[in-house]
Write a protein that binds this ligand. Structure first.
Ligand SMILES: [Zn+2]
Length: 77
């Protein structure tokens, strides 16, 4: 049991280290667009936030708003 936990932990650590690597990131420039995620309230679409939080109007948790992308391209068949 302990072994499994240790393996899981180390795997998670490696993954986290790979995800955030500011040192090597400066050497090679990746063409990765920063995904602009916005959070909105399901009840109040006019409420927009760039980070998760709560709706100032009703206090509901804001949900991630997916950028409107054309889905037609995936329906080529
Ligand atoms: Zn709301």
């Amino acid at each position: 049991m302990l072994m499994a936990v240790a393996i899981l932990f180390s795997a998670a650590t490696v993954f986290a280290t790979n995800g955030t690597n500011p040192v090597s990131d400066t050497t090679k420039t990746k063409k990765v667009k920063p995904v602009k995620v916005q959070y909105t309230c399901t009840m109040h679409p006019e409420v927009l936030s760039d980070k998760p939080g709560k709706c100032p109007k009703c206090g509901m948790a804001l949900v991630k708003k997916e950028p409107a992308k054309k889905k037609a391209e995936t329906m080529k068949m």
